[in-house]
Write a protein that binds this ligand. Structure first.
Ligand code: GAP
Length: 442
């Protein structure tokens, strides 16, 4: 399958089956914003759960935070975002389209109308500005956060003291971020509203390279653990001229998307830049008392920062497959399958009575009721069994449980595996244990 076909097919499947819809679709959509439908909402909930488990729960020295999106405007002045968080923008004098300078293949020619009337590049701050309260004046300006990280920095002392954190330790947060991107596109890849999974890991200054390497390795392994093969991932160090204003070194984890290698996560060495800026601007002490050294230090920071939406898009594109299989009648047919890792798959188990007969329906419902509080489940009794399997393959459901006539005799059901197509006969009493083993997080 050609690479670009995958993207087109995925976008269409995502809409048809309720993964992702264009936002405000009945009004023609709204500039690269997307809404997650019933299956998409589950998928990103699982992506975030996987991250939280592996970054927060798995480490003694990492704790969570859930801070507000709106913050004092001084935060963004101190952090450098008001002065430096901008992209170079260029406008075409003929068609008035705007571009990021670094997106232009030919810096002299408009890629839309072809005219050589591109203006001078100017810096465009990509933070969204709004006003708090009824008066829209300078005094009421607030920003939608362009990264979740700053709430972690300004809460550093609150968290460190309340959680009694000792270096090295991390504060993690998942939440929405907003950027008024000049150009958006490639489906969920670059949008103006997105979600980040960030962790600021505070370390002794002399330890930052070691911890940077530790988190790069952890994060590369994380993507592989949930289904991205090593060959589809690479690490790319930023050139000095592309580093963010706060960074003394950043490496991106890139994924081989159908539209080319692109960043899904950045791991940055932020030094003490942020804590120092907030200490100087607020006048509040942001130091940590190092008992071993008997001195106050400003910790340095290693920051793995991943996008929920980009991660979901990488998992979805990697999972998408079309393959020839033999139908029940022995004919070859194409099946579309999302080979999502079972832990990420939205619906984990589908329950089918072989036909619409009360005794089979009752048992299928009873088994679903046992499973529904552990996982997202689905019940389907319409159409031939083969078609019901195909419908679940297409949305990535890893297991289908079928109740047939024998079930009433042998007290067992058939569990069909999405990937191997193997069917196991499992006793009704053992079904939950069987599924729990297959769907365990670790
Ligand atoms: N706190 C550091 C930071 O925000 P970043 O590299 O600008 O670093 C981190 O962003 C991650 O957030 C990216 O790797 C990407 O996954 C996600 N991200 C950034 N901008 C995005 C956008 N416009 N749309 C979707 N995801 C985005």
């Amino acid at each position: 399958m050609a690479k670009n076909d995958t993207m087109e097919k995925l976008v269409s499947l995502a809409k048809r089956r309720g993964y992702v819809f264009a936002s405000s679709e009945i009004y023609g959509g709204f500039g690269s914003t997307w809404d997650y439908g019933p299956l998409g909402a589950e998928l990103i909930r699982n992506v975030k759960e996987a991250w939280w488990r592996d970054v927060v729960l798995a480490h003694d020295n990492v704790v969570g935070l859930n801070a507000s999106i709106l913050m004092a405007p001084e935060v963004w002045k101190a952090s450098g975002h008001v002065d430096h968080f901008s992209d170079p923008l260029i406008e075409c004098g003929n068609c008035r389209k705007r571009f990021r300078t670094d997106d232009l293949a030919n810096p002299e020619q408009c890629p839309v109308c072809g005219k050589k009337e591109l203006g001078e590049a100017r810096q465009f701050n990509t933070m969204f500005k709004t006003f708090v309260g009824p008066v829209e004046g300078d005094a009421a300006v607030a920003y939608l956060r362009p990264e979740t990280a700053q709430a972690i920095f300004v809460n550093f002392k609150n968290v460190q003291q309340s959680a009694r954190g000792r270096l090295p330790f991390g504060i993690a947060q998942i939440g929405k971020a907003f950027r008024n991107e000049i150009t958006t596109g490639n489906f969920l890849f670059r949008t103006r509203e997105f979600e980040q999974m960030e962790m600021e890991f505070f370390v002794e200054p002399e330890d930052d390279e070691r911890w940077f390497e530790f988190w790069v390795k952890e994060r590369m392994e994380w993507f592989q653990r949930y289904g991205i093969p090593a060959g589809k991932l690479r690490l790319r160090a930023h050139d000095p001229d592309e580093l963010a204003h706060y960074s003394r070194g950043t490496s991106d984890i890139e994924f081989d998307f159908p539209f080319g290698w692109s960043e899904i996560e950045g791991i940055a060495r932020r030094g003490d830049y942020d804590l120092r800026q907030h200490q100087e601007t607020s006048g509040k002490d942001m130091t940590y008392f190092d008992q071993a050294k008997n001195e106050h230090v400003l910790p340095w920071v290693v920051e793995p920062s991943a996008g929920v939406d980009r991660g979901a898009l990488a998992f979805l594109t990697e999972a998408y497959a079309e393959e020839e299989v033999e139908s029940a009648k022995g004919k070859l047919e194409t099946r579309t399958v999302l080979r999502l890792d079972p832990r990420l798959a939205p619906t984990k188990v589908a329950f089918f009575p072989l036909i619409k007969k009360e005794s089979l329906q009752e048992l299928a419902h009873r088994l679903q009721d046992e499973a529904r509080f552990e996982w997202m489940t689905f019940y389907d009794e319409t159409g031939a069994i083969g078609r019901r399997y195909r419908r679940q393959d297409e949305v990535g459901t890893p297991f289908c449980v079928t109740v047939d006539f024998d079930s009433l005799e042998d007290d067992a059901v058939t569990v069909r595996d999405r990937d191997t197509l193997k069917q196991d006969r499992v006793g009704v009493g053992e079904l939950m244990t069987y599924l729990r083993e297959k769907l365990a997080w670790r």
